[in-house]
Design a protein around this ligand. Structure first.
Ligand SMILES: Nc1nc2c(c(=O)[nH]1)N[C@H]1C(S)=C(S)[C@@H](COP(=O)(O)O)O[C@H]1N2
Ligand SMILES: [Mo]
Length: 236
């Protein structure tokens, strides 16, 4: 399968998948100001009360497409294709039956927003790759979304890191549709754009194929604090 179809536009549509008209109407400007107001409150608020407010978690919902089809637990499929012994297909139940790995890490978008200490769990990409037979000469993975447009890539070494997850849970619950559910990627050590949402296919390849934003100049190796000329001390 190829996701090479021409994208509608290279704009990030902010809030289109969020809380309906409110997110769309207010846009990033007011959302940003709201966070400026909330940040000091949250920092000094042990009650967690501010988590009742919209967007108090700090995430933005990003999608490069105006809408994304819904996949239910029953009809979800993850395909593993390319340089593998035999193409494989995983249902959500099958992914849940595999070893589950949990980690709590920050999530940071290259545009500057950051959410601290997000709990994630799912199957490490390493475990999934171990479950299929990888052919000699394979070097990388190309990752595709059922939004039909977004792609990402990792070298096999990066893909096998213990902090790269096929995430089934996020923030203590199944990954929501808005966050890329039922299954998304979570690449902990890299900027958010590597964490592809609405995961549909992992193709094992002989070379890195730069992803959606990387074709527009973002670093393919998107290490937080060491790439894109930003956040020099984000890891400290
Ligand atoms: N399919 C898809 N995945 C995506 C994106 C997207 O637009 N489409 N945006 C990326 C970017 S830039 C970020 S910061 C995160 C945002 O994740 P969130 O929408 O769950 O906050 O998703 C990443 N994965
Ligand atoms: Mo991002």
């Amino acid at each position: 399968m190829s996701a090479a179809g021409a994208p509608v536009g290279r704009r990030v549509i902010i809030g289109m998948l969020a809380a309906g008209a409110v997110g769309v109407a207010t846009g990033a400007g007011i959302q940003g100001r709201l966070e400026d107001i909330l940040a000091p409150i949250q920092n000094g608020d042990p009650t967690g009360l501010t988590s009742l407010l919209p967007d108090a978690g700090g995430f933005r919902f990003y999608s490069v497409t105006a809408s994304v089809p819904t996949r239910t637990a029953a009809d979800y499929r993850l395909r593993v294709t390319g340089m593998v012994g035999r193409s494989a297909m995983f249902t959500l139940d099958q992914l849940h039956a595999m070893t589950q790995t949990a980690l709590t890490r920050d999530f940071q978008c290259v545009t500057g927003w950051r959410v601290a200490a997000v709990p994630w769990s799912g199957v490490t990409l390493a475990d999934l790759l171990d479950a299929v037979q990888i052919q000699p000469g394979a070097q990388a993975v190309t990752i595709r979304s059922f939004d039909g447009v977004y792609t990402e890539s990792l070298t096999l070494d990066q893909a096998r890191r213990p902090d790269v997850l096929i995430a089934l849970n996020m923030l203590g619950a199944p990954v929501t549709h808005e966050h890329g559910g039922p299954v998304r990627l979570y690449v902990a050590p890299m900027y958010g754009y590597k964490s592809l949402k609405w995961l549909s296919e992992i193709e094992v390849t002989d070379r890195v194929q730069p992803g959606y934003w990387e074709q527009d100049g973002y670093d393919v190796d998107a290490w937080v604090g060491h790439s894109n000329g930003r956040d020099d001390d984000a890891t400290s």
